[in-house]
Design a protein around this ligand. Sequence first.
Ligand code: URA
Length: 439
Amino acid sequence: MTILDIIEKKRDKQELSKEEIEYFIKGYTEGTIADYQAAALVMAIFINGMTKEETTNLTLSMANSGEILDVFGDGAKKHQKIIVDKHSTGGVGDKVSLILLPLVASCGVPVAKMSGRGLGFTGGTVDKLEAIPGYKTGIDINSFIQNVENIGISMISQTLNLAPADKKIYALRDSISCVESIPLIASSIMSKKIASGANKIVLDVTVGSGAFMKDIEQASQLAKAMIEIGELANRETVCVLTNMEEPLGYAVGNTLEIKEAVEALKGNIPEDVKQVVLELGAYMIKLANVVNTIEEAKELLIEKLQSGEAFNKFIELVQNQGGDISYITDLEKFEKAKYIEPVYSQKSGYIQKINAETIGKLACSLGAGRIRKEDKIDMAVGIILNKKVGNYVEEGDCLGYIHTNNENTLQEAKSKMIETIKIDKQEKEPIKTILKIIS
Ligand code: URA
């Protein structure tokens, strides 16, 4: 067998065997298969798809490309600890993990979270955490486990030897425009979840212009694919379909989102973010057997937010991973972009649409995301929106701000932002945030 045979087979729409998939994953992880060969195969998968069996084999092969973590070892059985993990299929302004995970940890549920970097036009939790000076996302496995044992939470990047095949394929997909594919997303997410040792998994499957799945039909297919993989791997999985038609919350960009998340943990949480956090959090703590019902779970989560325990857990997390907590207690310390330009409405009416993909791409073009794998992110830049779909604005009202370090990008960014915020005389309902639960 050679990689050329495998590429040829997928190019010609044939099904790959378990052995062929394993050959590819092993070779690419070890470096005997070149980036350009992997790119050709990934593009062929993107175009021609995969059967259920191929997707499952790809997931398990990626999960087994490194270690499979056992967070509490024998202790898990002794203390009957249930490890619940969460992952999002990606979005624009998606700072949910930053709020949700300290909140869940403050309810006594251990959180051992391996997050991703920005992918395509979507942001990544790891990039956002790295906006906090000193925060180390790349710690070793022992420190990761120790942190979970000591303070009940650790949030890291995929730098450990956990699903290393996904790490390589994820970065490759990002740089060859091969992100929006059900088998590639399902295998990427589920391989990480299986490798990081969770026995219960809650997935935020985003839908809409700012998501990789543009409609409920596609998102339900992705959700079902991941639930099936979860069943095969003995991991109970619940999918919450959430709306990503407009950006989540108001901030898009790394430091800007950290600031919004900190404000949210202090109780000033945008309504759409709150709904997603409570829904995902409720399923997480219910799966962990902390409560009996979803309603009870939401009450507990609100209590922990209001009492400041979730905020304190976030401070503990940042401190424990080397971050400078003075930035969290004084958000003004974060470096700001050189140019912060307001964007004004050119007409009066109700906001009909704020295309999240366009806003995500705009933030990336300002430097908040990557075009090439090795690109460095500009933490300070991005977009702040002042309005949500359904809000009424007068001509001349401020729609939001562009934060940039490059004066040359300003005019084009302002025009794009005005163009993508559609305003009309007709009244418009706010966007429904929680769309569907699939389990
Ligand atoms: N998140 C992931 O981890 N992988 C994907 O492919 C998409 C979102």
